[in-house]
Design a protein around this ligand. Structure first.
Ligand SMILES: NC(=O)c1ccc[n+]([C@@H]2O[C@H](COP(=O)([O-])OP(=O)(O)OC[C@H]3O[C@@H](n4cnc5c(N)ncnc54)[C@H](O)[C@@H]3O)[C@@H](O)[C@H]2O)c1
Length: 334
């Protein structure tokens, strides 16, 4: 059976992708140092798929260890690289931590893949590479603008490193991943204090947080609040399998946006969340937050056409599943 290295496979998006890989007949070889997740996601994937996972608790920054795994495992056809730190807010406080981990983990993987003649790298990039785009919806030809954070800069630098490598590759630029698997067994278990809208809304809905402060209602958008493109993590997971198969078949370097193409404002998101989850959120308007882009949503034509991929789940399904996961997290701690 074809094996795929999945770095960061115990994390939020990685665990959902492992479930999908197994469903599609691939065997993930997971490498994760558990620096920002819990072993429970590995157990969750095992229970969902009824398969024992091939898992190594290793730091990807150590090329020698990666090399040992690749030499030990036979039949690896490619790698999906999720392992990185992802908190925009923390990256502003601790930029070194982000440059070191996010760049080194990729450099090690690239070196080891090249020296073992392994091809086909799928990389977790982000719409943050676009900074504040000049036109919307943003397509893959839009230039990299000044990154809004050290985190965004690491994604820009990583894409450039991949471009320079000899590997066949696909960089997937995710928009705003939310939600979780319907089993409630895997999800975002990161230690980071939520800084993104939907996880914060979920905490307000469960009473963990007193209120939602909407940062800015004077942006030049449809209702003055920021606009984002929310993509269900299960749809996002599928995009990785399509990208891997595309990479193997086309033997080139590509980049694709992965979003719904639909831009939702904060106040629209609040209203839809309240309606579909039957809750009332305590909200308040506050000042703008530094580093926030006013509006960004994806042009998905390229991924629709070349990856044969389109987001299938509605924003309501995504919001319901995000709330479901938040409640599960609370229950599991009781
Ligand atoms: N979640 C988002 O909103 C979002 C948006 C755009 C891009 N991304 C990118 O997608 C990828 C996955 O994000 P996620 O939300 O699943 O985050 P996550 O923190 O849940 O998953 C990342 C995983 O990588 C592991 N890891 C980190 N550094 C490592 C290292 N040096 N060696 C081994 N394991 C390491 C962590 O323990 C974690 O399990 C990241 O690269 C992130 O930057 C995420």
């Amino acid at each position: 059976m074809s094996k795929v290295i999945v770095t960061g496979g115990a994390g939020y998006i990685g665990s959902h992708t492992c479930v999908r890989l197994i469903k599609m007949g691939y065997t993930p070889v997971i490498i994760d140092n558990l620096s920002n997740t819990s072993i429970d996601n590995i157990k969750g994937v095992e229970s969902i798929t009824n398969k024992k996972l091939n898992y190594y608790e290793i730091d990807c920054c150590f090329a020698k260890k990666l090399d040992m795994i690749i030499k030990k495992e036979n039949g690896i056809i490619g790698a999906i690289h999720f392992a990185a730190y992802k908190s925009v807010e923390e990256s502003v406080r601790l930029p070194e931590k982000y440059f070191k981990n996010n760049l080194k983990s990729l450099e090690s993987l690239l070196d080891v893949m090249q020296s073992n003649n392994l091809n086909n790298l799928i990389f977790s990039s982000s719409c943050t590479v676009y900074g504040s785009p000049d036109s919307l919806p943003v397509d893959e030809n839009a230039p990299f603008k000044k990154a809004e954070s050290p985190y965004g800069e690491t994604k820009q630098l990583c894409e450039k490193l991949i471009e320079k490598s000899t590997l066949f590759s696909v960089c997937l630029r995710y928009f705003n991943p939310i939600g979780s698997h319907k089993s409630g067994l895997i999800g975002d278990r990161s230690a980071d204090k939520p800084a993104n809208l939907i996880p914060i809304i979920c905490e307000v809905a469960t009473g963990k947080r007193e209120k939602l402060v909407i940062n800015g209602n004077d942006y030049n958008t449809k209702d003055g609040t920021c606009v984002r493109d929310y993509i269900h993590v299960e749809d996002l997971a599928i995009a990785h399998i399509n990208a891997l198969e595309y990479c193997i078949k086309n033997k080139n370097k590509s980049v694709f946006n992965i979003g719904t193409g639909q831009g939702l404002s904060v106040t629209e998101a609040v209203r839809i969340f309240e309606e579909c989850n039957n809750v009332k959120l305590n909200i308040e308007f506050g000042p703008r937050r530094s580093g926030d882009v006013s509006e960004i949503y994806s042009d998905t034509k390229k991924s629709n056409e070349f990856l044969n991929w389109k987001a299938k789940r509605t924003v309501k399904e995504a919001f319901q599943s995000a709330y479901f996961w938040e409640k599960r997290k609370i229950l599991s701690k009781l």
